[in-house]
Ligand binder design. Sequence first.
Ligand code: BES
Ligand code: ZN
Length: 641
Amino acid sequence: MLRPLLITAALLVAGCSQPEDPQTGKTAPQATPAQKVESPKASGDLPESGVDYHSFANPDQFRVQHLALDLAVDFAQKELSGTATLELEKKAAGATELRLDTRDLDIRLAQALQGDNWQDTSFELKTADPHLGAALVVQVPDGARSVRIEYATAPGASGVQWLTPAQTAGRQHPFLFTQAQAIHARSFVPIQDTPQVRFSYEAVIRTPEPLRAVMSAELNEEKSSAGEYHFAMPQAIPSYLLALAVGDLEFKPMGARTGVWAEPSMLEAAVREFEDTEDMLEATEKVYGKYRWDRYDLLILPPSFPFGGMENPRLSFITPTVIAGDKSLVALIAHELAHSWSGNLVTNASWRDLWLNEGFTTYLTNRIMEFVFGNDRYRMEMAMGYDDLLADIKDREDRDEIMAIDLRGRDPDEVFSNIPYEKGSLFLYEIENKIGREAFDQFLLGYFDHFAFKSITTEDFLEYLDKTLLADHADKLDRARIEEWIFKPGLPAGAPEPRSDAFVPVEEQRAQWLDGKLAADAIDTSGWTFHHWKVFLDGMPEKLSSEQLAALDKALDLTAVKNNEVAASWLKIAVRNQYQPAYQRLEDFLTSIGRNKFLRPLYRALVESGQQQLAQEIFEKAKGGYHPLSVKVNSQIVYDQ
Ligand code: BES
Ligand code: ZN
């Protein structure tokens, strides 16, 4: 069980280097050798539940309730500039300072609303921490309830990517998009950048014509005109769901509540690929409760988008690499849609609790895929998720296999893995198996409703579980086992092992081919979708001969494969075995796609197989087109940092 811990001690234990304690704002005392504890594990200490170690904000003093943005977009300077007006709720009688998170922001002025007048107020930008950015401390005069910050972003802002026309589908206009999760909202808005604080927002975005702005909010068409877009988000959201994109964008509806925003040349293909979105939405709300965000649209981004998808409310941001032509990768849409319940409605209170967002969402994704595409598809998706989980458990350190992960002193971007997703989902699947689907669906419906628009910790979840399922199903569920799932590495003994019959012939043929009993051109791939191809390739041994690879490539045309997931699996095999005929495709792939899920394993495979120099050469060519996040994590891989 968790035990409370002094925050200052926690920071010292984690060896955090920030000049200030993010929670108290006090300068953390220097650790003397006598005070220093070697590692959190050695001391048995645990992070404190509900403490966000990745924010300097002080919501216990002042809490942001509403944000109003007025920003101009300057592509030449790569700068967003304007004002952020924050409406505050005073939480402590004697509070005088508002502490915000910032990263590389140029803070020009702070004002406070006193009566009807905006008056300048003093502010201080503290020394920056490498992971967390810099605290901005603003004096709030007695009685003031709104603060306005005039600021500009840096060209290299970690949460913004500025694209040249050449990096877009249309090649005519520049493009920009933000990616705030986990702690990058602070690089484009001075804000309490912690998922514990929820606020409504409105925005005016001034764009160079003919470029259009879209946000994770409702567009106010009446107020908007070319070059000036007005938005409102009436539902309270955490800062990591703030999102903006600007480009040559058009809209096409898919259903009553769903549609696609994309560059004109991508629009038709995207609408065709994702035409089942409306059905997904309807099926999900039937089981898990009403959809609470009015619209659900998709924004198709250029290929440098560093994720597969991002669940920005009302408008999920989607990589174009899932437009496969055969709907084989639409589980990604189900996933981002599912976040409308798990994540956006019921939100993790800190990044330690990310599994509450991603584990529940992965469980829901599988269920949505079954609602819309049937049981065979459901089983395939589950089995593949399970394979990903086993691979991660094999590769990761014990401390990173814990669902309620200890991130003190670490950058959440660098700890990203399948564990919160697939272990979280498997945990929920076990509960479902034990108490039955109907009872579990009923529980989830109640859970989403009970915690709607709240940010919760792992411990809040456990407390709720105690009162609900653990009380009602005491004969089937066991608190100790649940804690083992959440707080221990690996998997509990007897955990479910999802499998799909669809993969049996795939695995058999792979084994026969490896044994030399089946020729490559005799492999029967009829009816294979991306799922079968990926399972076929990912189950290959590390080492294959160049004859084997050439035969496989000739028979199955793998180097030319269109599906990006399959290409990534094949290229990883090619890299591990230095199969040169695939290297041009490898370079094309790494220089045209910025999705980290693909980049990281390929750069890692290059480095691990003694091809670090090639990794560096390709990275240097490609990095100008990568998002700042992809640059950061992959440069660490190719330069061993
Ligand atoms: N919210 C995540 C992306 C994310 C997580 C960004 C943590 C930053 C920090 C999004 O919903 C997601 O999980 N995307 C996956 C989708 C996949 C699991 C279907 C991705 O991008 O690959
Ligand atoms: Zn997700």
